[in-house]
Design a protein around this ligand. Structure first.
Ligand code: IPT
Length: 985
């Protein structure tokens, strides 16, 4: 099923967009200026409750985290970045797995997520689709959609009838939680990347379907959504401009994990002009901006991708988009999560770590701290919100390696921001030069003192400010970057940073002569010059230098890594008490009551806290314990905290008592498949019509995920000696074939092929003999449907053709099964996607509470000696104390290269799909809440061997990924026990 290469199309589109084009159809503002009055906008930025705001957002997908309590953990981490918003997708296919029956219960309930966002102090951008993409099964479209004829993602009436109930249902939930009703949602996005369009014959259609867009907006309105709508155009292509605020996305670093950094494209510069061309009256809004990348079967693994998409990427590309005066920026993903329970499309595997700032196991990467520096700066720089790019200098002209954009505050008419960046970051050229800037005292070439140069390492970008007010302090310019500033008890504290060893300069407009007093660090690193109107300091950045400039200015000049330690909390979620905290792995909340400043958060290792707070705070607590502090030489408080991360005993999964059954009874002579679904359709809604006498597409019969089994019953004519088939399952799929109980062979799969033509030799069939051909196939998830009008998500899973050699037998019937019940799935708590069609799973043996005492003892380390499927169960207990966060994973040892596949069920939740010979994933994070940290756990594994030589796990371990004190308290997700499944087979 080759569809158009989206990437190629995007490349063409991106090229086209570099050339400024005439603006397409003007923007229709549905709520001119925002009729609800709470979330409004002008050409520069959004306003919330009348206050102009930078919307700095991170994408998280509630559906990729089935532990409701952990949302708060992730959202507090996003809040602590200095972000004020999160953006979410809702996956239609999960919540309406059976047409017309919505599952908003338990882990699928969105309310706990919205409540957690509110509790964390974040706004929400809600993006319910109907189509989302997001490397998810069907791109969000439901499996039953395979039986809805015609084009999807346009105004096809069949499709309209399919999505309207869903948008109505999710729309009401969004409306209930929008800001005007007291909830956190400020913006809603219909559809996603409605940017490329197809005709029924598969040819490209240049036109979007405006009737579809109108119907969507009407449905949003109908559900009561009054907050502004945005679109997410895949490039600045002027699509779906009938929303309130036009938005677009950008993934500037690409997705090349193989060649970290050297493969980076030059940072683009055309965004601002492009956006102004399409939507001059709304804020420049990047609704998705690369925060990492996806990885596919046979890929490189996310740690390798992170090398390409780490803190350097944030310095180069995020700062580059600030040069385009971007005033809504959503980082996709800030936390990726897990494709548990078959939620991925075939382009991805269980981990959706994304190399994001917050890793899949919820630990923080260095990129997190880099983002924190940048977001904090923007949040204290309101003039940025009314700035627009002016002159762009290429500098120095000789090497032409530097690009400088001057942003000018058009409203305040005073401040400038110079975004200084490497033009060719992929070429590893460090630069040192002088910069000419415009200030209120005229043009200056900086740095001014001595022979110092402005230093810009190869994968760096810096923001230089002029005439920047930090409260009452007028900074004439600073070549040191500002992380934050606060006026605390009349003294302005300014936090400045650069890389270790670089020198930086800050010049303050002041007519009084000020004593430069280095209170911490080496005074030899500081030089200064006072004139009648300015005080200019130059500092060689070395760890931490604290300089008092009289009583009312305190400068912290720190190196980057040290700057990572500072947190600017939103005290009492009101930001009205100026506080800066240094220290800790994470600062979650800050509450001020009476005279106590109560901090909560996480630590690892010994932590030195510094509290920079008003004197009215006389006592400090950390997670409820009193923090003893001493006064520093500059009036702040410092205290030491020793992290307690107790040792815990973790079971050795290689040695626990494993029980086993054969999970492939289907190939035994006596097997009875009468309860299976009979494949008796002779018509398919699919536009790919098969040659088979009956339709053998799993989705046509309601099976959309996990393994699928087919059984073809034949009576031999005599002499059949070959079985040929064309079968499809998605990238990296595999299948095995049996003739009665005789194994014929397997296609073991490879990263790319999603279909296979196979030929299997039969021991010649005797005339009149009965044969059942059993095919066990993998289903790698439903395809996405990127093009509007496309039907790619219907790509079949199953057989489109088969034939025999030697003779042709008489078909009696075909039977099939996937998960028990198909769309009427068995497990409401864990959802329709969680289960597949393997015998043991159909029976519910993966669930906790099943009595396996009669099963045989055998370890998955022993495995199978031939082809087939084993199913294993074991139980173990954990006893992890409160007050710590010990994220865990199930690790398989090194890949052996043998062809076998494992699905991991933890307390009934499918939390990993391991393909030994394709990879790359070998470590599967399982969150607390799925793992019961205080009591019994059930682990179940299916082990499918696709080779005559058999298969066994090399090793299996439960590992603690990191030991952190703090965390939040987690209630286990519902994990209903096994109950006998009456009609199971
Ligand atoms: C963009 C999609 O909007 C998003 O859903 C996700 O799939 C993301 O890509 C990649 O992770 S599409 C963009 C690459 C043009």
């Amino acid at each position: 099923m080759v569809s158009f290469s989206k990437i190629a199309l995007l490349a063409v589109a991106a090229q086209a967009a570099i050339i400024p084009t005439d603006s397409p159809a003007g923007l229709r503002i549905r709520q001119a200026g925002g009729s609800q009055g709470t979330v409004t906008w002008d050409k520069y930025s959004f306003y919330v409750n009348g206050e102009r705001v930078m919307i700095y957002s991170g994408e998280v997908h509630p559906f990729r985290n089935p532990v409701q309590d952990l949302h708060l953990d992730v959202l507090q981490k996003v809040k602590a970045l200095g972000f004020n918003t999160v953006s979410i997708y809702v996956h239609w296919g999960i919540v309406e797995y059976e047409r017309g029956k919505f599952n908003w219960d338990g882990v699928f309930d969105l309310q706990p997520f919205f409540d957690a966002a509110k509790a964390a102090g974040l706004w929400v951008i809600a993006r319910p689709g109907p189509y989302i993409n997001g490397e998810s099964a069907g791109g969000g479209l439901p499996g039953w959609g395979s039986r809805v004829e015609g084009q999807w993602r346009n105004s096809n009436a069949n499709y309209t009838a399919a999505w309207q109930p869903y948008i109505n249902s999710v729309g009401k939930i969004i409306a209930k939680n929008q800001i005007t009703n007291g909830g956190p949602i400020i913006i809603a996005q219909p559809e996603n990347e409605y940017s490329g369009f197809m005709n029924p014959d598969g040819s490209l259609n240049p036109d979007e379907d405006k009737e579809y867009e109108r119907l969507l907006l009407e449905a949003f309105d109908g559900a009561g959504i009054t907050i502004p709508t945005v679109c997410n155009d895949a490039w600045i292509g002027g699509h779906f401009t009938s929303v309130d605020v036009y938005g677009y996305d950008n993934y500037p670093a690409g997705f090349d994990c193989a060649n970290p950094i050297t493969s980076w494209p030059d940072p683009p510069e055309w965004f601002y002009g492009g956006q102004r061309g399409v939507a001059p009256n709304t804020p420049n809004s990047i609704v998705e901006f690369q925060g990492g990348g996806f990885d596919s079967w046979g890929g490189y693994g996310f740690e390798q991708c992170y090398k390409d998409l780490g803190p350097e990427m944030v310095r180069v590309y995020n700062k580059n988009v600030y040069a385009s005066a971007t005033h809504l920026l959503n980082v996709y993903m800030i936390y990726g999560g897990t494709n548990w329970g078959h939620l991925s499309n075939p382009g991805g595997y269980s981990s959706y770590d994304y190399g994001a700032a917050i890793a899949e196991d919820r630990t923080l990467r260095e990129k997190y701290y880099e983002l924190k520096l940048q977001a904090n700066f923007l949040m204290v720089s309101p003039a940025y919100l009314t700035s627009a790019p002016g002159e762009v200098q290429k500098f120095p002209t000789s090497g032409s390696n530097i690009t400088i954009t001057e942003l000018w505050d058009e409203v305040g008419q005073k401040q400038r921001f110079y975004i200084i960046r490497q033009t060719k970051p992929q070429e590893f050229i460090n630069s040192a030069f002088k910069v000419t800037i415009n200030t209120s005292v005229g043009q200056l070439t900086v740095p001014q003192l001595g022979n110092a140069a402005y230093v810009l390492p190869s994968q760096d970008s810096k923001i230089l400010v002029t005439d920047y007010p930090a409260g009452p302090v007028n900074i004439l310019y600073s070549t040191l970057e500002i992380m934050t500033w606060k006026v605390i008890d009349g003294r302005t504290v300014i936090l400045l940073y650069a890389n270790t060893g670089e020198s930086g300069e800050i010049s303050i407009l002041t007519s009084t002569s000020r004593k430069v007093d280095v209170r911490r660090g080496k005074s030899s690193t500081v030089t200064f010059k006072q004139t009648s109107s300015t005080l200019t300091l130059q500092v060689v950045v070395d760890h931490e230098t604290v300089i008092a400039l009289g009583d009312d200015i305190l400068l912290y000049v720190v190196d980057r890594v040290n700057a990572y330690n500072f947190w600017v909390p939103d005290v009492n979620l009101k930001q009205d008490i100026p506080v800066i905290i240094k220290g800790g792995y994470l600062l979650r909340t800050t509450k001020f009551s009476g005279n106590t400043l109560a901090l909560t958060g996480d630590t690892n290792g010994t932590t030195v806290f510094e509290v920079i707070a008003p004197k009215s705070a006389q006592a400090y607590t950390w997670n409820g314990q009193r923090l003893d502090t001493d006064l520093t030489r500059y009036g702040t408080q410092e205290g030491r905290y020793r992290t307690k991360t107790p040792r815990v005993d973790i079971p050795d999964l290689g040695r626990v008592k494993w029980k086993y059954i054969n999970s492939l009874p289907e190939v035994s002579a006596s097997y009875d498949d009468s309860k299976w679904v009979t494949a008796d359709h002779t018509y398919t809604w699919n536009k790919i019509k098969p040659t088979t006498p009956v339709i053998l597409y799993a989705s046509d019969y309601g099976f959309h995920s996990g393994n699928i089994l087919w059984r073809g019953h034949f009576t031999a004519t005599g002499g059949e000696n070959l079985f040929n088939l064309t079968i499809q399952g998605g990238n990296a799929f595999a299948y095995s074939v049996w003739d009665n109980d005789k194994y014929l062979g397997s296609f073991t799969g490879a990263p790319a092929p999603s279909a296979h033509n196979g030929s299997y030799t039969l021991t010649p069939w005797a005339k009149g003999s009965n044969h059942v051909l059993t095919i066990l196939q993998d289903h790698m998830g439903l395809e996405q449907n990127w093009f509007g009008g496309e039907e790619n998500f219907k790509s079949f899973r199953g057989l489109s053709d088969y034939s025999f050699g030697g003779a042709t037998p008489t078909l009696k019937m075909w039977k099939l099964t996937g998960n028990l019940g198909g769309e009427k799935f068995a497990d409401w708590a864990r959802g329709g996607y969680n289960e597949g069609g393997l015998y043991a799973v159909r029976k519910g043996y993966h669930l906790p509470g099943f009595d396996d005492s009669k099963w045989v003892s055998k370890s998955p380390l022993k495995g199978l000696t031939g082809p087939g499927v084993d199913f294993y169960r074991a139980t173990f207990t954990l006893n992890i104390p409160d007050g710590v966060d010990y994220p865990m994973a199930i690790d398989f040892g090194a890949r052996t290269g043998n062809s076998y596949r494992v699905e991991i069920y933890v307390n009934g939740w499918q939390f990993g799909k391991y393909v030994d010979d394709i990879g790359p994933q070998t470590s599967f994070p399982v969150p607390q809440g799925i793992l019961n940290y205080k009591g019994e756990n059930t682990i179940a594994l299916s082990l499918w061997s696709l080779e005559d030589s058999g298969a066994a796990l090399e090793s299996i371990d439960l590992v603690i990924r990191k030991q952190i004190e703090g965390g939040i308290s987690v209630t286990n997700s519902p994990a209903p026990n096994y109950m006998e499944r009456a009609n199971s087979y």
